[in-house]
Design a protein around this ligand. Structure first.
Ligand code: 5GP
Length: 189
């Protein structure tokens, strides 16, 4: 059932290691909460077959991305595994001005930039139940080559370390439904 509550608008960030299930959680939060808008990031990463331009990401060239940086078009941006990722500023600011809640699914470097620019933003970190389970999920997902997956796994611990002291809420995804509800409660509290 869709939930819609008239709370104060806010900016929320969801981060977590690759493969932790944060995209699934984010998708469900958006589906269940009509008052939450998901920001679509821009990236220079190649599009996978399942992904759709404008839905999953705005897939753009590095040149176009760098031009966007110069023009101040990103609220935050970061280089992740050799590709650039950024949050388009205009749509997020418009939504916030009109009293909407905005959710960003971005990495920790981006989350920290958001916190510095907007200290009232709520940063949520999704934790894996264990490193072993995270590795298993990443290989099963099969989107990455094995080498890429192992680089990403190595990045998980680093990301958790970088999040400490910055992130406000820590949600362990040991049970998907529970994790989704925890995030919804944070957004609506
Ligand atoms: P993926 O390639 O798996 O979709 O994303 C790789 C990483 O980039 C994930 O941790 C994801 O959260 C992060 N990411 C996606 N969009 C953005 C963005 O706009 N800004 C930042 N800083 N990170 C992003």
């Amino acid at each position: 059932m869709a939930e819609n509550r008239n709370n104060k608008a806010g900016l929320y960030v969801i981060s977590g290691p690759s493969g932790v299930g944060k995209s699934t959680i984010t998708r469900e939060v958006i589906r269940r909460c009509e008052d939450v808008y998901l920001s679509v990031s821009a990236t220079t990463r190649p599009k996978s077959e399942q992904e759709v331009h404008g839905r999953d990401y705005w897939f753009i060239s590095r040149e176009e991305f760098e031009h966007g940086i110069e023009q101040g078009r990103f609220l935050e941006w970061a280089e992740v595994y050799g590709n650039l990722y950024g949050t388009p500023r205009d749509k997020v600011e418009q939504r916030l001005e009109h009293g909407g809640n905005v959710l960003l699914e971005i990495d920790v470097q981006g989350g920290r930039q958001i916190k510095q620019a907007r200290p009232d933003a709520v940063l949520i970190f999704i934790m894996p139940p264990s490193p072993e389970q995270l590795a298993e999920r990443m290989y099963k997902r099969g989107r990455d080559e094995k080498e890429v997956a192992s680089v990403r796994l190595g990045g998980a611990e680093k990301e958790i370390e970088q999040a400490k002291g910055w992130y406000d809420k820590w949600v362990v995804n040991d049970d998907l439904e529970k994790a989704i509800n925890e995030v919804i409660d944070i957004v609506h509290s």
